[in-house]
Every structure is written in C-alpha cells, then in structure tokens.
Design a protein around this ligand. Structure first.
Ligand code: MN
Length: 259
C-alpha cells in the first residue's frame, strides 16, 4: 500500500477531513495584555500595496506587520528565558519533523464554565489516560476549554482588576507533560498557554517556563477543538521560518476521521 496515496484517497472520499484550528487574523485579533511596566505586543496591521489599479494594474497584495505572538500562533523554546540556550530553539531552527504530530485532546469545557481560572492537573491527565490510553511521546496536548467561543474580545481576555481570568495548567501538570510524557507541547484556545492569573505563579508563567525550558512548544489561540476526537487526529503546525524568531502566527490544521 502506498500510504500517501491512501491518505489523499481518504481525504477525497471524505473519510478523512481537514479541520481548521486557526482563528481569523486581523487588526481586531485580541492581544495578550501585559502589565504596563513591560512592552506589549503590536496588533496585526495590514496595508494595501495595490488592487488592480495604478499602483499595480493586474495584481492585489498587501504588506503587514504583526507581533510574533498575535492570534493563533506558535511559541518556540527561545521565547522563554528557560529555553534561551537550548539547541534548535528558534522557529527557523526547529526540526520540521516536529511540525507534524498526533493530538491528545482533553475536554475540560464543563469545568471552565464553572471556573474560568480552571487549571489542568496531573490527576486529570491520568484520568483522561485511563479512558484513552497513555499520551504518546511527541504528541500535542490540546486543552479543549470552549474558550474560543468567546467572540467578544473583552470576554475573550476576561480582564478584571486582578488581571485576566482564563484557564491553564498547574505547574506540576506542565512538568508531568514535558518530562513524564515528552509531549511536543501544549495547545490552548486562550490568548496564551499560561492561565490568566499565571503572572502570580511560582515561577511566573509556569507553563511557559517549564515547557520552553524542556524544549517544548506552545500553540495559542486555537479553535474548533470540539471537532477533534480525544485521540486519533494529526496536527500540522509549521511556524514561519523567521530567523531567530521566538514564534509566529500560523495556520494550524488537523487531519481527522470524519465524525
Ligand atoms: Mn506566545
């Protein structure tokens, strides 16, 4: 059997489908708000170069600028101080083999509806494994929270006086996933891979600290995780090849059996 020919056949037949895990990227894309003493990220900005007009009679194109961590985006290990000296730690140096990996999807939507500050625990991961099997090395752990249904930017960031309230990971859970399960990284529906309150964790932004210090990646701003099975889908997430880049917006897709 020619595996790649079979893949295309199954995509054409509809038995396999491509699920888009990416949010639209525009000037309206919500941004992570950092406390004012730190530099914040610029919004996505686009300007027209020509549109079949005197600036270019037969073509339409734009320029754009963006932060590396805007919208649906990839976090590379060099993004965090804990990963700054690791090999292959920037987006241009990562082995492209790592841009394809199986997805393990943990659904905590009901918990997050009750508590927006919900944190994934080791115990919860082990519960999931007792139903779906051990997370294989080299898998993406995708945290399905339902958060991407929040289309209003204010509700998506969910800022209060104490900072944002969005779900994430306990530090011990990040350590377990990175060291005991050797995941590729974690993917989330929220604006970043740490919980909204994680500036107060020890260390601050503990998921970033642990994951990137272990050479693992992050995917933020995902959507359509409700269209994936708990196991069996394959994620393709290849960031732009920005030289020394710490991350980049990207199109994340999954190949999954049709439900
Ligand atoms: Mn990021």
């Amino acid at each position: 059997m020619n595996i790649l020919a079979e893949l295309i056949h199954q995509l054409n037949s509809g038995k396999l489908r491509v699920v888009d895990l990416t949010q639209p990227l525009s000037h309206q894309t919500p941004l992570l708000p950092l406390p004012a003493q730190w530099n914040n990220t610029p919004a996505f900005r686009m300007w027209e170069l020509s549109r079949y007009d005197e600036r270019g009679p037969a073509w339409y194109w734009n320029g754009f600028e963006t932060g590396e961590h805007t919208g649906t985006h990839f976090d590379a290990p060099i993004h965090w101080i804990s990963g700054k000296d690791l090999p292959e730690n920037s987006v241009d140096r990562i082995n492209p083999r790592k841009f394809v990996g199986p997805a393990c999807v943990i659904d905590v939507t009901a918990d997050v509806e009750k508590d927006p500050d919900f944190l994934l625990t080791v115990e919860r991961v082990k519960q999931w494994e007792s139903a779906h099997g051990k997370i294989p090395a080299g898998a993406w752990l995708l945290l399905r929270t339902g958060w991407s249904r929040r289309t209003d930017p204010a509700q998506y960031i969910n800022q209060s006086e104490e900072g944002p309230h969005t779900p994430g990971f306990q530090k011990e859970c990040s350590e377990f996933l990175a060291r005991e399960r050797d995941v590729l990284g974690v993917g989330v529906e929220t604006v970043g891979t740490d919980a909204g309150q994680a500036a107060k964790f020890d260390p601050p932004f503990a998921n970033h600290y642990v994951m990137h210090g272990s050479g693992k990646f992050g995917l933020a701003g995902l959507c359509n995780l409700d269209q994936l099975p708990p196991v069996g889908a394959v994620v393709i997430a290849a960031p732009l090849k920005i030289v020394n880049g710490s991350g980049s917006p990207l199109r994340v897709i999954a190949i999954s059996e049709a439900k």
